[in-house]
Design a protein around this ligand. Sequence first.
Ligand SMILES: Nc1nc2c(ncn2[C@@H]2O[C@H](COP(=O)(O)OP(=O)(O)OP(=O)(O)O)[C@@H](O)[C@H]2O)c(=O)[nH]1
Ligand SMILES: [Mg+2]
Length: 457
Amino acid sequence: MEDTIAAVATAYGEGGIGIIRISGENSLSILKEVFDPAADNKEITSRRMTYGKIIDKDADQIIDEVLAVYMKGPKTYTAEDVVEINCHGSMVSLRKTLALVLRKGARLAEPGEFTKRAFLNGRLDLSQAEAVIDVIKAKTDKSFDVALSQLEGTLSTKISEIRARLLDLLVDITVNIDYPDEDIEYITYEKLEKNISSIGEMIEKLLSTASTGRMIREGIRVAIVGKPNVGKSSLMNGLLKETRAIVTEVPGTTRDTIEEAISIRNIPVYLVDTAGIRETDDMVEKIGIEKSKEAFNNSDFVIFILDGSVPLSQEDREIAEYLKTRKSLVLINKSDLTQAFTHDEVKEMIPDAKIIETSFIMGEGINEIEEFIEEMVYGGEIVQSESLMVNNVRHIELLNKGRDSLRDALNMAQMKEALDFIEIDVKNAYEFLGEIIGETVSDDIIDEVFARFCLGK
Ligand SMILES: Nc1nc2c(ncn2[C@@H]2O[C@H](COP(=O)(O)OP(=O)(O)OP(=O)(O)O)[C@@H](O)[C@H]2O)c(=O)[nH]1
Ligand SMILES: [Mg+2]
């Protein structure tokens, strides 16, 4: 961490301003070499925006007119000396300024390296650092709230609380093993069991938010399937609230899968409208249908549409066959027309189907579909106002491991096994949870976590 790093911190493209960020010991001296303040005294004061020019002194060339700020560490993003140069948001200016800064001795930062330094310097723990990417990538208000609350440390606090209890327990056990004859409170198996299970419950409670948490963070992929002409594209448009997909009365209108990202009740949803599945000799349609099947297999959840105005057909039954093993919702569409079959007939095809009657032409049923998706994501629970959710696969895995270790410990306590064995499992649980916040974590994992960041963060 001895070298000084630099990168473009803003998104590529045109914009009002673009920012170059520099962090490390030489930040200020590098700034002084490339920057000429406009004020007569040429002073650069910490935490004060200074107006001036970026100048390539070797070539005697003005590169851009900028505002620059120097922030003396350790109260900065990386906890090191940091410089930010606000250039015009032009790729040319940013590229030239960055090249100059690199020539004056900075090294190009790796993705996530600024945040990694914040972590290594102890300003953020690992779960907070991970939340930084989530804040940047959040697609809905809710996912943003959850990420921000993790960045502020709500998850870290909870994990530390559980670890403090584990540590207490560990000390009790160790003392009993090492100094059994001393005049200390003897730990009974009964007390052990009680303690282990109550800590286990704290972990369970966190884990119970995982499935919702992941869906809110990563979104869900929803494939809309059905035979031709049932109203798949009409549903896509209805959920998007715009005319995105072409709708006609000609069966086989949608030839290629269409994908759109939307927010349904604050849940990021990737909607895939597919080509109607049927036997066909048409080459283009055949490829489209293959892609429909692929979309179907890659989705988290399937909306299967039936045309209520015509009797169920062989094609419907074939698609239904696939659906038996999938999470799905069945829509009987065109409810504005005379209905040609009953709910019972659908239930015969797919026994546990949740059925909603819709008429996309009349705009009916969209609300219920959205409600159904919301309920599925939140598991029917009332939406919690608090934003503490575990949503990161790495955290979930570690919590699972911690919980399993405690289960083993509990089993052994129930069988009154030697304290040494129980101690090992409790210690494992303590360490697994420590990995979440980065206290007991290997360098490889740290590298892997930060490799997922964007440049300049
Ligand atoms: N009466 C009635 N017609 C509807 C309804 N929903 C869609 N349609 C009509 O059904 C026809 C087919 O609709 P699409 O949305 O293109 O159907 P699709 O499933 O995407 O069809 P393909 O792309 O060919 O597989 C169009 O003429 C729509 O106007 C409805 O609720 N009631
Ligand atoms: Mg279509």
